[in-house]
Design a protein around this ligand. Structure first.
Ligand code: FPP
Length: 235
């Protein structure tokens, strides 16, 4: 990419369009998720090569449980496979963090998630966040309850609740806010993704379906982001 281009610190990606991609080809929806998982692996590696500090993928929302059980099971199976494939977490220098309520997971997948987080927590390379059973309103309510409990127990003063301290009770604690949110597939919704963290983020929408998304599309999104003039409320 052009050396004048500023590489963002943190990109949030809503992987959307897997179902439509499969439908267009008369394939089962899970084939769209399979191709989507391959793209997830490639784009994760590309973000690492570009030198991002963090990338966050929306993989499964708190609402996605409403999908047919075969589809949910298919996504969980892909997760198990691609969590290991995206990076060799035993060896590589990336930190992997799961954003969301883990209490919904059990068995092999939960063990894998806990093992990955524990083994990668002190890594210094790019942080790969995977939002799983994630909903932003749920995250904000959870943070509020945690803070309320501390105040009730006399461990925190009400005056100490600030925007900064509040951020420390979110799943993204310690990470930069996303510079931009990318949503492929033509949809222009935020769908309960990182509501607190996107206060000043740019939005980049693209017409390509996620399973067709390429490194070149990410380059284009970064170029588009570079054209935006971010003032953070100033002039
Ligand atoms: C949205 O497309 C996609 C999902 C709800 C699932 C995303 C899951 C994967 C890419 C596979 C596993 C994930 C990882 C991190 C390995 P959609 O099904 O809503 O598409 P549609 O709007 O076209 O129906």
């Amino acid at each position: 990419m052009d050396s004048n281009i500023i590489i963002p610190k943190h990109i949030g990606i809503i992987m959307d369009g897997n179902g439509r991609w499969a439908k267009k080809r008369m394939l089962p929806r899970n084939m769209g998720h399979k191709k989507g998982a391959e793209v997830f692996q490639d784009i994760t590696r590309y973000c690492n090569e570009l030198g991002l500090e963090s990338v966050t993928f929306y993989a499964f929302s708190t609402e996605n449980w409403k999908r047919p059980v075969e589809e949910v099971n298919g996504i969980m199976t892909l997760l198990k496979e691609y969590l290991v494939k995206a990076f060799d977490y035993e060896k590589e220098n990336n930190r992997i963090v799961f954003l969301g309520d883990k209490s919904a997971f059990t068995g092999e997948l939960l063990e894998l998630m806990l093992d990955i987080e524990e083994k990668t927590k002190d890594r210094t390379g790019m942080t790969l966040n995977i939002a799983l059973n994630y909903g932003a309103r749920n995250e904000i309510v959870k943070a509020t309850k945690d803070i309320a409990q501390l105040v009730k127990d006399g461990k925190m003063n009400v005056e100490d609740i600030t925007e900064e301290t509040f951020s420390d009770y979110l799943y993204t604690k310690g990470q930069p806010d996303p510079d931009f949110i990318l949503r492929p597939s033509g949809e222009k919704r935020i769908s309960n993704f990182l509501l607190w963290q996107i206060a000043y983020s740019e939005f980049v929408y693209m017409d390509v379906l996620w399973p067709d998304f390429t490194r070149k599309d990410l380059d284009e999104a970064i170029i588009e982001f570079n054209k935006r003039n971010r003032r953070f409320g100033g002039v």
